[in-house]
Every structure is written in structure tokens, then in C-alpha cells.
Design a binder for this molecule. Structure first.
Ligand code: FE2
Length: 276
């Protein structure tokens, strides 16, 4: 098996597949779990994750660090995440370029940020705080968005500057690029051309649904052809990158997700041939 953190092919671990992953040696290079589902003191969730970790490399993916909060990060959240990191020794720890908390208010959504110098200063400060607390680099994921706020730079330039200033890496979600590009009318390929290749450590592939006026990042469908096309487009520039399929709803049998992962492996092999 190649280094899973460099060029592995993985899946998100979801409840309907726990038993199969634990009872069989499934042909994945790593599994990604939602950090918050396991940030508990002991109990069954933590035991399951330890058992999974004994069989597979694991990536931790968070949804509520709120890296864009102007009032800083929650120290208790960071302490709990650090305890999980120390126990699981993950290949990646990631969260989203978004915010969900301010003061006592907590939204259960990944809300967008303006891509301004002021916001960049805040996000850099928070990423530095998180990296200090966790003792390792974070990966930050480009969000899918439905609302664009006034800002001074494109999202890819914001992410580029964030990586350069903090040493964090990028989790490039190709479906999120497609969803945002469609919703806001920008060119997804131009966006991918701007992404700093040297900072991309992981890729997410997923599906979405069509709402009345925009695409919604629902993760309840197979990866659509347009997202596979963008993956094939960007890979030769990135080189080998750990890649996984994200599925959060309408979870299919495991063999269906493994079939999608086989498509990703084939595209990556073709990209390697192209760039050789
Ligand atoms: Fe994602």
C-alpha cells in the first residue's frame, strides 16, 4: 500500500458500514471520520474508533471548529480535539473555511466569510491557535456556498495566503468548487488553476442535488460526471494526493462506494501517466 497520507484512496466512515469495516479487511487506504462524533469521554463511539484505527489509518474531519469566528476558537473544543488526536494519531486533521459560532450563538451550518484582509487576519490567528493547541498542521477545506459576501480576493487567493502565512494545508473539495462555481457563476477550472498545488494534501469527491435556483451540497448522490471531469482536470497539476468519497445521506451499500473509489483510482493513474 502506498503512503495513505500521500496518495491513498479512502472513504468516509458512516454507521451503516461500521460492521463491514470491522469484520473484513476492506480495500481502502484510509477512513475519514467526523471528529465531533467521537469527541466524547470514552464509551462506545470511542471504542469503535479505536477498533477501526487498529485496522485502518484514520483522518479526522471537523465541522464545528468555526475557524472564521472573530472572537477566537473555543479552548474546550480544542482540548477535546487534542485528546482525540493524541489517541488516534490521524493522518490528517481538517475543518472548513467557514464560521458557525459567535459569542453564545452557535449555528449548525458552515457559514461563509468575506474574503477580505481583515477576515484573513482573523482566520490566520485562529489557524495558528488551533495548530498550537493540536501540535500539528491543520488542513482547511474550501466550502460550498450559496451566498457571496463582499471581499477583496477570490477564494483560492484567500486559501493560498492562509497556507503561506500559517503553514496549514488544503483539503480541496472538488464538488464544493463545482457547487460554488455554478451558484455564483465563476469558472471552476480557473479556480482550480489558482489553487496552490503544493499545499493540497487531501481531496474530497462527492455529489450534490439541484435546488430550485442553485445546487445544494447534499452528499446524497454519486459523484456526477462534471465533478469527475474537474478531478481529472486538476490532478496532473497536483500530483498524487490522498483522495476520498464523501457520502453523508442516502448511504448506499459499501460496494457502490468502492466502485466510485475505483473510478478515482483510475483517473489518478491516468493523471500520473499524463504528467510522467
Ligand atoms: Fe468535503
Amino acid at each position: 500500500m502506498s503512503d495513505p497520507a500521500r496518495a491513498g484512496f479512502g472513504l468516509g466512515l458512516r454507521k451503516p458500514h461500521y460492521a463491514e469495516f470491522l469484520e473484513h479487511r476492506v480495500a481502502v487506504d484510509f477512513l475519514e471520520v467526523i471528529s465531533e462524533n467521537f469527541m466524547v469521554d470514552g464509551g462506545q463511539p470511542r471504542k469503535i474508533l479505536r477498533d477501526i484505527r487498529a485496522r485502518y489509518p484514520v483522518a479526522l474531519h471537523g465541522v464545528s471548529m468555526s475557524i472564521g469566528s472573530a472572537d477566537g476558537l473555543d479552548p474546550l473544543y480544542l482540548t477535546r480535539l487534542r485528546a482525540l488526536v493524541d489517541e488516534i494519531d490521524p493522518i490528517f486533521v481538517s475543518d472548513h473555511l467557514s464560521w458557525s459560532r459567535t459569542g453564545g450563538f452557535c449555528a449548525h451550518d458552515l457559514l461563509p466569510l468575506p474574503y477580505s484582509e481583515d477576515a484573513l487576519t482573523i482566520v490566520c490567528r485562529n489557524v495558528a491557535q488551533a495548530q498550537e493547541a493540536l501540535g500539528r498542521a491543520l488542513l482547511i477545506e474550501n466550502p460550498s456556498s450559496y451566498l457571496s459576501l463582499p471581499g477583496d480576493m477570490p477564494e483560492w487567493a484567500f486559501l493560498d495566503a492562509l497556507c503561506a502565512r500559517t503553514g496549514c494545508g488544503l483539503l480541496l473539495d472538488v464538488n464544493n468548487v463545482f457547487v460554488s462555481a455554478t451558484n455564483h457563476g465563476f469558472d471552476a477550472r480557473r479556480y482550480l488553476d489558482g489553487i496552490p498545488a503544493k499545499h493540497v494534501r487531501q481531496i474530497h469527491l462527492a455529489g450534490h442535488s439541484r435546488g430550485e435556483t442553485m445546487l445544494i451540497d447534499t452528499h446524497d448522490q454519486t459523484v456526477p460526471p462534471a465533478v469527475w471531469d474537474l478531478y481529472a482536470y486538476v490532478l496532473p497539476r497536483l500530483g498524487p494526493v490522498a483522495t476520498m468519497i464523501e457520502r453523508d445521506d442516502a448511504i448506499p451499500p459499501l460496494y457502490a462506494l468502492l466502485a466510485e473509489l475505483a473510478i478515482a483510482r483510475r483517473i489518478a493513474r491516468d493523471a500520473e501517466r499524463l504528467s510522467a
